[in-house]
Design a protein around this ligand. Structure first.
Ligand SMILES: [Zn+2]
Length: 274
Protein backbone atom coordinates (compact mmCIF):
# COMPACT_ATOMS: atom_id res chain seq x y z
CA UNK A 1 0.00 0.00 0.00
CA UNK A 2 1.40 3.38 -0.91
CA UNK A 3 2.35 5.67 1.95
CA UNK A 4 0.65 8.98 2.55
CA UNK A 5 3.69 10.90 1.39
CA UNK A 6 3.72 9.29 -2.07
CA UNK A 7 0.01 10.07 -2.56
CA UNK A 8 0.71 13.60 -1.39
CA UNK A 9 3.50 14.01 -3.93
CA UNK A 10 1.38 12.49 -6.70
CA UNK A 11 -1.46 14.88 -5.89
CA UNK A 12 0.94 17.80 -5.96
CA UNK A 13 2.32 16.75 -9.34
CA UNK A 14 -1.14 16.17 -10.81
CA UNK A 15 -2.25 19.51 -9.42
CA UNK A 16 0.67 21.29 -11.09
CA UNK A 17 -0.22 19.73 -14.42
CA UNK A 18 -4.01 19.91 -14.30
CA UNK A 19 -5.25 22.69 -12.04
CA UNK A 20 -7.02 25.49 -13.86
CA UNK A 21 -7.22 23.46 -17.09
CA UNK A 22 -10.36 22.36 -18.89
CA UNK A 23 -11.12 18.67 -19.39
CA UNK A 24 -11.22 17.99 -23.13
CA UNK A 25 -11.64 14.23 -22.89
CA UNK A 26 -12.80 11.76 -20.28
CA UNK A 27 -12.69 8.02 -20.68
CA UNK A 28 -13.21 5.25 -18.19
CA UNK A 29 -13.57 1.51 -17.94
CA UNK A 30 -15.55 1.88 -14.73
CA UNK A 31 -19.33 1.71 -15.25
CA UNK A 32 -20.10 3.75 -12.14
CA UNK A 33 -18.05 6.70 -13.34
CA UNK A 34 -19.51 6.48 -16.84
CA UNK A 35 -23.02 6.57 -15.49
CA UNK A 36 -22.38 9.83 -13.61
CA UNK A 37 -20.45 11.24 -16.57
CA UNK A 38 -23.43 10.62 -18.87
CA UNK A 39 -25.68 12.80 -16.72
CA UNK A 40 -23.05 15.28 -15.56
CA UNK A 41 -20.29 15.32 -18.19
CA UNK A 42 -16.77 16.06 -17.01
CA UNK A 43 -15.71 17.37 -20.39
CA UNK A 44 -15.86 21.14 -20.43
CA UNK A 45 -15.37 21.41 -16.68
CA UNK A 46 -12.30 23.04 -15.19
CA UNK A 47 -10.13 21.00 -12.83
CA UNK A 48 -10.04 23.25 -9.77
CA UNK A 49 -7.54 21.26 -7.73
CA UNK A 50 -6.02 17.88 -7.03
CA UNK A 51 -5.22 17.05 -3.43
CA UNK A 52 -4.72 14.11 -1.13
CA UNK A 53 -6.59 13.29 2.04
CA UNK A 54 -4.80 10.44 3.70
CA UNK A 55 -4.46 7.90 0.90
CA UNK A 56 -7.41 9.24 -1.06
CA UNK A 57 -6.79 11.39 -4.10
CA UNK A 58 -9.44 14.05 -4.68
CA UNK A 59 -9.82 15.86 -8.02
CA UNK A 60 -12.24 18.75 -7.80
CA UNK A 61 -14.05 19.94 -10.91
CA UNK A 62 -16.00 23.11 -11.49
CA UNK A 63 -19.70 22.66 -10.96
CA UNK A 64 -19.27 20.89 -7.64
CA UNK A 65 -18.11 17.40 -8.63
CA UNK A 66 -15.17 15.55 -7.10
CA UNK A 67 -13.49 12.42 -8.37
CA UNK A 68 -12.25 10.38 -5.44
CA UNK A 69 -9.78 7.57 -6.13
CA UNK A 70 -7.97 5.21 -3.80
CA UNK A 71 -4.97 3.24 -5.01
CA UNK A 72 -4.94 0.37 -2.49
CA UNK A 73 -2.12 -1.99 -3.50
CA UNK A 74 -2.46 -1.87 -7.25
CA UNK A 75 -3.42 1.55 -8.55
CA UNK A 76 -1.34 4.41 -9.89
CA UNK A 77 -1.77 7.68 -11.74
CA UNK A 78 0.56 8.53 -14.60
CA UNK A 79 0.81 11.78 -16.44
CA UNK A 80 1.75 12.05 -20.11
CA UNK A 81 2.05 14.63 -22.83
CA UNK A 82 -0.55 14.06 -25.56
CA UNK A 83 0.63 11.29 -27.88
CA UNK A 84 3.35 10.08 -25.52
CA UNK A 85 3.27 6.27 -25.25
CA UNK A 86 1.90 4.89 -21.97
CA UNK A 87 4.15 2.83 -19.77
CA UNK A 88 1.37 0.42 -18.91
CA UNK A 89 -0.84 -1.65 -21.23
CA UNK A 90 -4.16 -0.19 -22.28
CA UNK A 91 -6.02 -3.06 -20.59
CA UNK A 92 -4.86 -1.67 -17.22
CA UNK A 93 -6.37 1.73 -17.96
CA UNK A 94 -9.33 2.69 -15.77
CA UNK A 95 -9.58 6.46 -16.17
CA UNK A 96 -8.26 9.02 -18.66
CA UNK A 97 -8.60 12.75 -18.06
CA UNK A 98 -7.13 14.86 -20.82
CA UNK A 99 -6.55 18.60 -20.97
CA UNK A 100 -5.04 20.43 -23.93
CA UNK A 101 -1.51 19.76 -22.73
CA UNK A 102 -1.58 16.73 -20.43
CA UNK A 103 -3.19 13.35 -20.20
CA UNK A 104 -3.65 11.87 -16.72
CA UNK A 105 -4.14 8.11 -16.80
CA UNK A 106 -5.25 6.04 -13.84
CA UNK A 107 -4.12 2.41 -14.08
CA UNK A 108 -5.67 -0.46 -12.12
CA UNK A 109 -7.46 1.92 -9.78
CA UNK A 110 -9.69 -0.23 -7.58
CA UNK A 111 -11.76 2.51 -5.94
CA UNK A 112 -13.18 5.47 -7.83
CA UNK A 113 -16.33 7.51 -7.48
CA UNK A 114 -17.69 10.84 -8.61
CA UNK A 115 -19.34 12.62 -5.72
CA UNK A 116 -20.88 16.00 -4.98
CA UNK A 117 -18.50 18.38 -3.19
CA UNK A 118 -20.99 18.68 -0.37
CA UNK A 119 -20.54 14.99 0.39
CA UNK A 120 -16.75 14.99 0.30
CA UNK A 121 -16.09 16.45 3.75
CA UNK A 122 -18.46 14.14 5.58
CA UNK A 123 -17.29 11.04 3.70
CA UNK A 124 -13.67 11.87 4.30
CA UNK A 125 -14.01 12.60 8.00
CA UNK A 126 -15.70 9.25 8.41
CA UNK A 127 -13.17 7.39 6.28
CA UNK A 128 -9.96 8.99 7.46
CA UNK A 129 -8.57 10.40 10.66
CA UNK A 130 -6.37 13.50 10.88
CA UNK A 131 -3.94 13.58 7.96
CA UNK A 132 -0.32 13.59 9.09
CA UNK A 133 0.58 15.75 6.10
CA UNK A 134 -2.11 18.32 6.71
CA UNK A 135 -0.79 21.76 7.70
CA UNK A 136 -3.42 21.92 10.43
CA UNK A 137 -2.89 18.36 11.65
CA UNK A 138 -4.80 17.73 14.87
CA UNK A 139 -2.48 15.62 17.02
CA UNK A 140 -4.94 15.53 19.91
CA UNK A 141 -7.66 14.07 17.71
CA UNK A 142 -5.22 11.49 16.32
CA UNK A 143 -4.27 10.46 19.85
CA UNK A 144 -7.93 10.23 20.79
CA UNK A 145 -8.68 8.03 17.77
CA UNK A 146 -5.66 5.79 18.45
CA UNK A 147 -6.78 5.40 22.06
CA UNK A 148 -10.13 4.16 20.77
CA UNK A 149 -8.31 1.07 19.48
CA UNK A 150 -7.21 0.13 22.97
CA UNK A 151 -6.77 -3.59 22.39
CA UNK A 152 -5.06 -3.33 18.99
CA UNK A 153 -1.32 -3.78 18.76
CA UNK A 154 0.27 -0.42 17.99
CA UNK A 155 1.79 -1.75 14.74
CA UNK A 156 -1.70 -2.60 13.55
CA UNK A 157 -3.34 0.55 14.91
CA UNK A 158 -0.92 2.77 12.98
CA UNK A 159 -2.19 1.31 9.70
CA UNK A 160 -5.79 2.13 10.53
CA UNK A 161 -6.45 5.21 8.40
CA UNK A 162 -9.57 6.00 10.38
CA UNK A 163 -7.38 6.78 13.37
CA UNK A 164 -4.68 8.71 11.62
CA UNK A 165 -4.09 9.01 7.88
CA UNK A 166 -0.82 8.59 6.05
CA UNK A 167 1.17 5.76 7.61
CA UNK A 168 1.67 2.71 5.39
CA UNK A 169 3.62 -0.44 6.04
CA UNK A 170 7.08 1.07 5.62
CA UNK A 171 6.59 4.02 7.95
CA UNK A 172 4.84 1.80 10.45
CA UNK A 173 8.06 -0.10 11.11
CA UNK A 174 10.31 2.95 10.74
CA UNK A 175 8.23 5.11 13.07
CA UNK A 176 8.10 2.52 15.84
CA UNK A 177 11.84 1.92 15.57
CA UNK A 178 12.56 5.64 15.83
CA UNK A 179 10.22 5.97 18.79
CA UNK A 180 11.70 2.80 20.36
CA UNK A 181 8.32 1.17 20.77
CA UNK A 182 7.73 -2.55 20.31
CA UNK A 183 5.18 -3.01 17.48
CA UNK A 184 3.29 -5.75 19.35
CA UNK A 185 2.48 -3.70 22.43
CA UNK A 186 -1.24 -2.97 22.73
CA UNK A 187 -2.36 0.65 22.54
CA UNK A 188 -3.80 0.46 26.06
CA UNK A 189 -0.33 -0.38 27.42
CA UNK A 190 1.16 2.86 26.07
CA UNK A 191 1.17 6.18 27.90
CA UNK A 192 -0.17 9.36 26.32
CA UNK A 193 3.41 10.64 26.08
CA UNK A 194 4.47 7.53 24.19
CA UNK A 195 1.52 7.81 21.81
CA UNK A 196 2.16 11.51 21.27
CA UNK A 197 5.80 10.74 20.51
CA UNK A 198 4.80 8.04 17.98
CA UNK A 199 2.44 10.49 16.26
CA UNK A 200 5.08 13.23 16.15
CA UNK A 201 7.71 10.81 14.83
CA UNK A 202 5.41 9.59 12.05
CA UNK A 203 4.62 13.17 11.08
CA UNK A 204 8.31 14.07 10.91
CA UNK A 205 9.17 11.04 8.77
CA UNK A 206 6.36 11.72 6.31
CA UNK A 207 7.10 15.42 6.07
CA UNK A 208 10.78 14.89 5.33
CA UNK A 209 9.75 12.88 2.32
CA UNK A 210 7.34 15.41 0.86
CA UNK A 211 9.79 18.25 1.07
CA UNK A 212 12.16 16.18 -1.06
CA UNK A 213 11.96 17.00 -4.76
CA UNK A 214 8.69 16.19 -6.51
CA UNK A 215 8.57 14.00 -9.59
CA UNK A 216 9.18 15.65 -12.96
CA UNK A 217 5.91 16.33 -14.68
CA UNK A 218 6.11 14.12 -17.70
CA UNK A 219 7.38 11.03 -16.03
CA UNK A 220 5.72 8.19 -14.26
CA UNK A 221 4.18 9.10 -10.93
CA UNK A 222 4.74 6.01 -8.87
CA UNK A 223 2.02 5.47 -6.35
CA UNK A 224 3.43 2.16 -5.37
CA UNK A 225 5.41 1.86 -2.20
CA UNK A 226 8.13 4.42 -2.05
CA UNK A 227 9.95 5.85 0.90
CA UNK A 228 11.37 8.69 -1.07
CA UNK A 229 14.62 6.80 -1.17
CA UNK A 230 17.01 8.52 -3.50
CA UNK A 231 19.60 5.85 -3.24
CA UNK A 232 19.43 2.23 -2.09
CA UNK A 233 18.03 1.31 1.30
CA UNK A 234 20.37 3.63 3.11
CA UNK A 235 17.64 5.69 4.70
CA UNK A 236 15.68 2.81 6.21
CA UNK A 237 16.41 1.63 9.73
CA UNK A 238 14.51 -1.64 9.87
CA UNK A 239 12.04 -2.03 6.99
CA UNK A 240 13.12 -4.78 4.57
CA UNK A 241 16.21 -5.52 6.68
CA UNK A 242 15.30 -8.91 8.22
CA UNK A 243 18.30 -10.71 9.75
CA UNK A 244 20.61 -7.80 8.99
CA UNK A 245 22.27 -5.99 11.93
CA UNK A 246 20.39 -3.13 13.57
CA UNK A 247 22.01 0.15 12.55
CA UNK A 248 21.87 1.29 16.16
CA UNK A 249 22.90 -1.77 18.21
CA UNK A 250 23.88 -4.58 15.85
CA UNK A 251 21.14 -7.04 16.90
CA UNK A 252 19.61 -8.96 13.98
CA UNK A 253 16.41 -7.28 12.76
CA UNK A 254 13.27 -9.40 13.19
CA UNK A 255 10.30 -9.71 10.87
CA UNK A 256 6.84 -11.09 11.54
CA UNK A 257 3.36 -10.92 10.07
CA UNK A 258 1.01 -8.72 12.06
CA UNK A 259 -2.67 -7.93 12.16
CA UNK A 260 -5.70 -9.09 10.25
CA UNK A 261 -4.04 -8.34 6.92
CA UNK A 262 -0.81 -10.09 7.92
CA UNK A 263 1.36 -7.15 6.96
CA UNK A 264 5.09 -7.59 7.59
CA UNK A 265 6.46 -5.79 10.61
CA UNK A 266 10.20 -5.25 11.13
CA UNK A 267 11.74 -4.40 14.47
CA UNK A 268 14.83 -4.68 16.67
CA UNK A 269 14.15 -6.57 19.87
CA UNK A 270 16.96 -4.79 21.69
CA UNK A 271 16.01 -1.24 20.76
CA UNK A 272 12.29 -1.97 20.97
CA UNK A 273 11.88 -4.38 23.90
CA UNK A 274 8.46 -5.80 24.61
ZN1 LIG B 1 18.75 -2.25 17.76
Amino acid sequence: MPEGDSIFRAARTLNQALAGKVVVRFESMLPLLNRVHEDHPLTGRTIDSVKSVGKHLLMQFSGGLTLRTHMRMSGSWHIYRPGEPWQRPRRDMRIVLATSDFEAVGFNIPVAELIRDSRVASEMSRAVGPDLLDEVFDAGEALHRLRAQATSEIGDALLNQRAMAGVGNVYKSETLFSARINPFIRVEQLTDDQLADIIETARKLLRVNVTAASAPLTTYIGLRRTTGRDGPDERLWVYGRARRPCRRCGTAIQVRKQGRDARLTYWCETCQPS
